[in-house]
Structures are given as structure tokens and as C-alpha cells.
Design a protein around this ligand. Structure first.
Ligand code: CU
Length: 129
């Protein structure tokens, strides 16, 4: 009886492993394709690491590519300064290694956050002529 219970336990634990009971956040992400940058535009990268977003000062006609360097999900999501105005970009949940790009074409001060960690991950992109 004990032996058959042990066999059942082993089969159960093997089937749990086979079903992929792993942390979905740890799933490796294939390398992202090289982003398309319009002719004449500048390209810069911004890291999401240690649960922080970067402040950036860039010129008009710059493409920013965010890269998630942490081991958990993050977003880069524009927060409009006026209520009722829709945000300009929202990456959705980026897995570790995931990237998202946005092309800044107008001067201004753009606040953005990670919607999952908005307290620590809130920052500003200042775009000048
Ligand atoms: Cu986050």
C-alpha cells in the first residue's frame, strides 16, 4: 500500500513538472528584432533595471527603445498631464529582455510609469527642438 502511494506521488510530481508549473516571469524571451528607425531619426535606448525607469533628455525626432533588464514584468506607459487625455504609448507587460519603441516627434515633457510598479518606476522624458 505504501509502495503504491509512493508510485502515485512520483507520477503526480512528474506530471506537474511536465505541465510546466514554472514561474511564467522566468520564461526566456527570444531576442527582439532590430527596431525600424525612420530616416533622419536618432535612436536611443532606455533601460528598465532595478525597478527604475530612466529620465531622458532628447531632441525631437528621436526613437526611444526601452529594454527590460529586470527579471520581472514591467511596462512603459505614458501618463498624460491632462485628465481625460489618452496616453501616447503603452508597452503592455514586457517580459525580461523584452523591448518597446516610441518615436518622439513633438517637444514636451512626457511623464511615464510602469503600471505594475508606479511608485518607484515613474520618470520623465524631456523632448526639445
Ligand atoms: Cu515595473
Amino acid at each position: 500500500m505504501i509502495r503504491s502511494m509512493a508510485v502515485v506521488l512520483i507520477v503526480l510530481s512528474l506530471s506537474l513538472v511536465a505541465c510546466g508549473f514554472s514561474n511564467p516571469e522566468a520564461t526566456p524571451v527570444p531576442p527582439s528584432p532590430i527596431p525600424t528607425v525612420p530616416a533622419g531619426a536618432t535612436f536611443v535606448t532606455a533601460e528598465m533595471s532595478e525597478f527604475l525607469h530612466e529620465d531622458l533628455e532628447i531632441k525631437v525626432n528621436t526613437v526611444v527603445e526601452w529594454i527590460n533588464k529586470d527579471a520581472t514584468l514591467h511596462t512603459t506607459s505614458h501618463i498624460p498631464s491632462e485628465s481625460g487625455v489618452q496616453g501616447l504609448w503603452n508597452s503592455g507587460r514586457l517580459a525580461p529582455g523584452g523591448t518597446f519603441t516610441y518615436h518622439f516627434q513633438k517637444p514636451g515633457v512626457y511623464k511615464y510609469v510602469c503600471l505594475i510598479h508606479p511608485v518607484n518606476m515613474n520618470s520623465t522624458i524631456t523632448v526639445t527642438e
